[in-house]
Design a binder for this molecule. Structure first.
Ligand SMILES: [Zn+2]
Length: 230
C-alpha cells in the first residue's frame, strides 16, 4: 500500500521514533475507530490554540492501526453540492502509547498532533472550492515533501509556544519524530527542530537568541551519537 511508503517509520532502542506523515487524495483510506477521550482532549486543546493562528476547516480525529504513527489526510466526498474535501487526522494508539512512555513528556504527542493540524491548515489553503478538481489539484500541489513538513513543523512550534510549552518540551517532540538522515519525504531532525524553535521563539513572550536556538538544535544532532552507537 502506498501509504507505508509515504510515512517514514524508524524504530530504535528507546522505543519508537517516527516521522508523522501525510496522505493524499485518491489513496486508500485507513479504517479507523473513535479517538480515545485523552486523544480527543489533546486535540481540542491544540485546535483551540491553532485557531488563534489560522482559520481551520472542520476535521476529524480517528485512531487506527493502519498508519504507523500519525497522519493528516484530505480526500473528496460526494455531496449534493459536488465533491467536498474531508479532512482527517489519524493516530496509531500503539505507537502513541509507546512514544508517550519512552519520551515521558506530554508535550511530545501534543506537538505531533499540532504538526498534523499544521498539515490540515496547509491542505485547506490549497483547496479551491471554485475548481471542480480542486482536491486533486491540491494533492498535486503537495508534492514538495520537505517544504510541506517544515511548514507543519513551524505551525507546531507556534502552537506549542502559545500553549506555554518550554524549550525542553519542544525538543521532546523532535525526539519522537527523530530522523537521522534526510529522506525523500523528511528533512533531518536538526533542520526540523530549528524550524520548530524559530516559530516557537517568535510566538512566545520572550524570543530566544539565535545562539540559544543553535545550542538547542545541537540536541537533535546529539541524538545522532546515540543512534549510531548501536
Ligand atoms: Zn508531516
Amino acid at each position: 500500500m502506498r501509504f507505508t511508503n509515504i510515512i517514514l517509520f524508524i524504530s530504535f532502542s528507546l522505543g519508537l521514533a517516527a516521522s508523522a506523515g501525510t496522505q493524499g487524495v485518491g489513496q486508500q483510506q485507513p479504517r479507523c475507530t473513535q479517538a480515545s477521550p485523552y486523544a480527543d482532549r489533546i486535540m481540542r486543546d491544540v485546535a483551540n490554540i491553532a485557531q488563534t493562528l489560522a482559520r481551520l476547516p472542520y476535521y476529524e480525529l480517528c485512531r487506527t492501526l493502519d498508519v504507523p504513527n500519525a497522519a493528516a489526510t484530505v480526500f473528496p466526498v460526494r455531496t449534493p453540492r459536488g465533491p467536498q474535501p474531508k479532512f482527517m487526522v489519524y493516530y496509531n494508539p500503539q505507537w502513541a502509547a509507546t512514544a508517550d512512555v519512552s519520551v515521558a513528556n506530554d508535550f511530545a504527542l501534543i506537538g505531533v498532533f499540532a504538526h498534523e493540524v499544521g498539515h490540515i491548515e496547509h491542505f485547506a489553503n490549497l483547496y479551491n472550492p471554485r475548481n471542480p478538481g480542486a482536491v486533486q489539484q491540491a494533492q498535486r500541489n503537495l508534492h514538495m515533501p520537505h517544504q510541506k513538513e517544515l511548514r507543519a513543523d513551524w505551525f507546531a512550534g507556534a502552537v506549542l509556544a502559545r500553549m506555554g510549552a518550554s524549550v525542553d518540551d519542544v525538543v521532546s517532540v523532535q525526539r519522537i519524530i527523530f530522523s537521522l538522515h534526510t529522506t525523500r519525504n523528511y528533512p533531518p531532525s536538526t533542520v526540523r527542530l530549528e524550524h520548530m524553535l524559530r516559530a516557537y521563539s517568535q510566538h512566545r513572550r520572550t524570543p530566544m537568541s539565535n545562539r540559544e536556538i543553535q545550542r538547542r538544535v545541537g540536541a537533535a544532532a546529539d541524538l545522532r551519537s546515540k543512534y549510531i552507537r548501536w
